[in-house]
Each structure stands twice: as C-alpha cells, then as structure tokens.
Ligand binder design. Sequence first.
Ligand SMILES: Nc1ncnc2c1ncn2[C@@H]1O[C@H](COP(=O)(O)OP(=O)(O)OP(=O)(O)O)[C@@H](O)[C@H]1O
Ligand SMILES: [Mg+2]
Length: 392
Amino acid sequence: MTNRYLCDIDGLTMKKADEFNPFLDKDYRSPFYFCDRENETKILTDFILNKSNITLFAFRRLGKTGLIKHVFYKLQKEKNLVCIYVDIFDTNNKAEFINKLATAIYNAFPKRHSIGKKILSAFRMFRPVISFDELTGAPSVSISATLPEQQNKTIEGLFTFLDQQHIQVVFAIDEFQQILSYPEKNMEAVLRTQVQKLKNTSFIFCGSNQKQMHEIFNSAKRPFFASCSSLSLTYIEKDKYKKFIVKLFKKYHKKIDSESVSFILDWTKRHTFYTQYLCNQLFVKSGEHISIDTVRKVAYDILLLQEGKFYQYRSLLTRTQWNLLKAIGKEGRLKHPNSKDFIFEHNLGSPSIVTRSLDALVKKEIVLYNSNVEKPYYEVYDKFLMRWLQSK
Ligand SMILES: Nc1ncnc2c1ncn2[C@@H]1O[C@H](COP(=O)(O)OP(=O)(O)OP(=O)(O)O)[C@@H](O)[C@H]1O
Ligand SMILES: [Mg+2]
C-alpha cells in the first residue's frame, strides 16, 4: 500500500488505511461507503418530508437497515429532523417494545439541549430506570408498566409527548412483523390508533418477512389495512455495484479487473451482505492487484470457514428437507418445485413431500420465496450456503 494514511472522503477522520475496511459488513458509515439506492432514498425521504407513513420490505440481509440509516443520515444533516430508529427484532411482548421505544427516544436527543432536558423530565412521569451496558456503556431505559391499560397509556404518552414538541420526528420501526409474535393480541390496534393521531410524526415500518408484513398491512380485517404505501427493496443494479466496488478498491490503492468484479457479483447473487462480506475479506487478503484467482481463493476460504455451520443445518433438518435444500441450492433459482423433472432429477419423492418440506424451509428462513416478481421463485437464503451446496 503506497499511502498508509488517508483522509476519509466524508472528512470525518484521518485513518490508517490498513486499519479500516471500506466494505462494511455491518452498520452504516456515510454515503461514500453506501452503494446506490438513490431511488429508494428519494421515495423514503419524500414520504417522510410529507409526514406520510410507509412500509419497507426486503429479504434478510439485502440492506433495509442500511437504507434507513442512509436516509436518516441525510435527513439529520440536511433537514434537521429528529430520526429515531427502533429495532424490535429481539422483543417478545408489549413491555419489551415499550422499553425499546423509550430507549430509542432517550438516545435520540442530546442531553445538553433543551429538548433533551425536556424529554428527561417528561420521562420522570413514566418512572424510568436507566441502566448502562457494562461493556459498551450504552444506556437503556426500562419502564415498569405491567397492566395492559398502563402499557397502552405509556405508548400513547411516549408518542404524543414527542409529537407536541413542534419538531418533525420520524420513527423507523425495524423488524416490525415481530409484533405478531407478542402474546398481547391488540398490539396492531394500539399502535394504529396512536399513529393515526400524530401530526408531526411519520413512520417507516420495516420488515423482512414478506408473508407477515403482508398480513399486517394488506389484510382487510386488520387495523393497519391500506394505511400506508409500501416500498420493496430489491438487488442493487449490476453496473452500479460494479462501479462502487472498483471505486472503493481504487480509493485504497487496489486495482481489480472487470472480470473479477463480475465474478463477485455473480457468485454472491448481488445479495448485499454476501457481496459486502466477500469484498471485505478480499480487501484484507489481497495485494495491490486483485486477480480472479485471488477472488476464487477468498471465496473458497469463506465456505471453508463456515462449513461447520452448514453441517449444523443438516443436523437440524429432516432428511427430506435437507435433500430438498441441496436440490434448490443446485438449481440456484427454482420456479417450479412440483415439476416432474425437478422431483425426478433430485429424487425427492412426491409433490406433496416437496410442498411440505418447502413450507418448513421457508418458515425456518433457510429458503426464501420471492413472490414480488413476474415469475416467483425459491432460492437458498444464505448465498454462501448455496455455493457450498453447489460445490458438493
Ligand atoms: N447500499 C449499500 N451499499 C453498501 N453496503 C450496504 C448497502 N446496503 C447494505 N449494506 C451493507 O450490507 C450489510 C447488510 O445490510 P443491512 O444490515 O442493512 O441489511 P438488512 O436487510 O437490514 O439485514 P437483516 O435482515 O439481517 O436485518 C451491512 O453490512 C450493510 O453495511
Ligand atoms: Mg436489519
């Protein structure tokens, strides 16, 4: 590497190039490290500025959270909006939802500012307990509201308090479908009632389970029915991702040829996390000139490293599920799971066995079902697992 010290393009820090990997495989940093999503960013931004609500759907690891953080980064910088991100993936009930919400609100305001002080004093009426993570020091808020009525009032209190501050607020509730698993069956109705009342607050309801998100927002019997527009995230366009990869390697004085980049995008199927991860590893393990042989070697090493995990899948599945998974892996994209040819070629028994096993694999989120396209298909979710199955 010719230049060990580089100024980041966003001007944030001077960093040692060999200490920083520009291909993020978690979190968000700044627009320079984020590829495309220009249309989606504009759509979300316009909805938020218009104080409208929107749902955002994408399969796992395609970049939902990254996109939200990207939109928030711009809105905070350019429009001075209060952007609050709440990930409810690990919540199991209404009480845990409240704590997540309260923590996100608490963390969204700098404590030195007047609005931050106001939030703190308003919080006192909920009798919060604030604790700090031993390792990271990150604060978390817990509010003891145990009775259903008390909990509903707390949710109402948290939202309306913010709404009355004469500031524009946007909430992104990530993994929103999680509310379906709460024991309290009125969660959708409670939230819908509150959301409807707010004047200065908008929401992005984000989810990765197509079926469940559909259930919440498209079922005529449910509270959120037809309450907002929806946006589906798909794969980043090939040419844009290609340019992005070449740009980042170049910025750090590495040269990669077009054939190698095409291989990366094809091997990972442009499923964002897997593409980022392969590039991340390639960045670490390559010299100034990246050849296709290096890319293949790094890809192979990734599969080797994850082999233990892949064998665990086998022990968690029935034999028929495993055989079907292998067959889907080998097919790449499977459009007709019940076709005679497919069943015969992979020796899978009968269509009813395939249907049952397929349901189980989709439910376990090992296989994804994409019905958002003209010709729906099944595909192994984890692209590294898919490549490993193909190599067997
Ligand atoms: N447009 C992008 N450009 C570059 N990297 C991206 C982009 N979108 C996402 N990423 C990166 O890809 C990885 C996966 O993205 P992200 O976590 O946003 O996906 P997700 O859909 O929220 O995943 P999950 O379903 O696991 O929550 C992250 O490391 C993120 O930094
Ligand atoms: Mg996410």
